[in-house]
Design a protein around this ligand. Structure first.
Ligand SMILES: Cc1cc2nc3c(=O)[nH]c(=O)nc-3n(C[C@H](O)[C@H](O)[C@H](O)COP(=O)(O)OP(=O)(O)OC[C@H]3O[C@@H](n4cnc5c(N)ncnc54)[C@H](O)[C@@H]3O)c2cc1C
Length: 234
């Protein structure tokens, strides 16, 4: 979906250019990145609140907005894909789905093609255990993942044809997942600042959605709401 939209937008999409600062005055905004400056009448910030707070704003944001973004941490999650020549667990009568407290990584789900032309398992590690494993060497995580899967599905699990992981906490422009959540007291004291534009700066992203917060559906809904907001001002 994102790739198709980016394709249609052509050169308007600039990748690898993290926004460092946003200045606004009566005439418009200036967005500064390592790849240059962009001038516009208005800007929509779609980064999750804790990452939006790393951008330098001039003039400074209202205390309520800044306070909100200091109080919405991202969770910690590691996602792992393990590929096999075939979904061998199905041959043993297993679904490939595992939820257990016997191993480090999990839950696991079978995400092989329906007809089993190749095999794939997708698994997650969340919260405290993910925090502990985020800074371990990648080879240690891989070894533990395979050891865990082998407990459920046997030694065939030890020889995947591919292995891909993402430690979301360590991704420089993500710093966690699945979503930034408000800490206690934030919804009663800071919530109006979640969506309220600050001058020419508008806020979008799944955290600002009215429904499906934390999901792509929420991100899309919030994008539509922010686009309408800006269109109404132009
Ligand atoms: C492991 C994992 C599994 C998930 N599984 C599902 C699922 O199955 N179904 C589902 O619906 N949702 C799932 N989600 C949640 C889903 O990914 C998010 O809800 C969705 O991506 C939010 O979209 P967004 O546009 O609000 O934010 P993001 O996708 O986080 O996009 C924000 C963007 O802002 C960029 N950014 C940050 N700072 C700056 C900056 N200073 N300058 C420029 N760009 C910046 C980031 O690089 C990022 O690309 C999952 C999330 C994770 C982490």
């Amino acid at each position: 979906l994102a790739a198709k939209m980016a394709h249609d937008l052509g050169n308007a999409v600039v990748l690898g250019a993290p926004v460092r600062s946003i200045e606004q005055d009566d005439a418009g905004v200036v967005v500064t990145t390592a790849k240059g400056h962009w001038r516009a009448r208005r800007v929509i910030v779609t980064a999750p609140p804790p990452l939006a707070s790393r951008i330098v704003y001039t003039p400074a944001l209202p205390a309520l907005r800044d306070g909100l973004t200091q109080r919405m941490p991202l969770g910690c999650v590691i996602k792992v894909h393990v590929a096999y020549a075939r979904p061998f667990w199905r041959e043993a009568g297993y679904t490939g789905q595992v939820l257990s407290d016997r191993t480090v990584f999990g839950p696991w789900f079978d995400h092989s093609p329906l007809h089993g032309s190749t095999g794939g398992l997708v698994g997650f590690l969340c919260g405290g255990p993910a925090q502990q494993w985020a800074d371990r060497p990648a080879a240690d995580r891989r070894a533990q993942v395979l050891k865990d899967i082998a407990i459920y599905f046997g030694d065939a699990a030890l020889t995947p044809i591919d292995y891909i992981e993402e430690v979301w906490t360590k991704a420089p422009l993500h710093r966690g997942g699945y979503v930034a959540s408000p800490t206690p007291g934030v919804m009663t004291a800071f919530w109006p600042a979640l969506r309220e534009p600050v001058g020419r700066i508008h806020w979008s992203g799944t955290e600002t959605a009215g429904a499906w917060v934390g999901y792509i559906e929420g991100a899309i809904r919030s994008g539509e709401r922010a686009a309408d907001e800006v269109a109404g001002k132009l």
